[in-house]
Design a protein around this ligand. Structure first.
Ligand code: ZN
Length: 193
């Protein structure tokens, strides 16, 4: 079955058993948000015990505190009342395997999917590519603990984020499913009023 058919079939089954979820309130019932990576191995609903209606989950490549992630977090507290946020990066993240220069080189070369080898990503496509990648900050990661701490610090320092929000920093271990605290991040993320 093609992916499209698989998804629509799964959705049909889901909707048939939707039950009381149709009357859930808009604001997240448990008052918190998670910013995490889009990596397919991570399922925040499972690793953090979420049901529909419980929490906001904001995902992007790396789980980075990009301007757009912060936009979502600000909406999350200002309009929908969340009080605690988690920044959760993870081991073996693809964002550790390239740099801005590498990504820009790959995209300048072609728009085909690159191959990942021992030496990192290399391009296997035929051009043309595009120089547009030079204008994007890809927010790559060289050290997970530092990226979590940097992102928590950036969120806490943001003028639209009130001091009373607590931000916790964790690394999800893809080999065990466990969340490991980044103490420097959690300490930087303490609510201060
Ligand atoms: Zn990742």
């Amino acid at each position: 079955m093609a992916v499209l058919d698989e998804v629509l079939k799964a959705n049909d089954d889901y909707a048939k058993n939707f039950g009381e979820k149709g009357s859930l309130a808009l604001p997240p019932a448990r008052g918190f948000a998670i910013l995490t990576c889009m990596d397919a191995r991570l399922d925040p609903a499972k690793y953090a015990g979420l049901a529909e209606g419980d929490a906001h989950v904001i995902r992007n490549a790396g789980g980075r505190a990009s301007d757009d992630a912060i936009r979502s977090l600000v909406i999350s507290y200002k309009l929908l009342g969340t009080r605690e946020w988690f920044v959760i990066h993870h081991t073996n993240c693809g964002m550790e395997f390239f740099t801005d220069d590498v990504m820009r080189g790959l995209l300048a070369s072609s728009l085909e999917t690159a191959a990942l080898g021992e030496e990192g990503f290399h391009d296997v496509g035929s051009g043309p590519g595009s120089a547009e990648a030079n204008y994007i900050d890809w927010l790559t990661i060289s050290d997970q603990a530092s990226s979590v701490a940097d992102d928590v610090a950036r969120i806490k320092a943001h003028p639209l984020v009130p001091d009373r929000i607590a931000v916790y920093g964790y690394i999800y271990d893809v080999t065990t499913g466990r969340l490991v605290e980044v103490p420097a991040a959690t300490s930087a993320g303490r609510a201060t009023e």
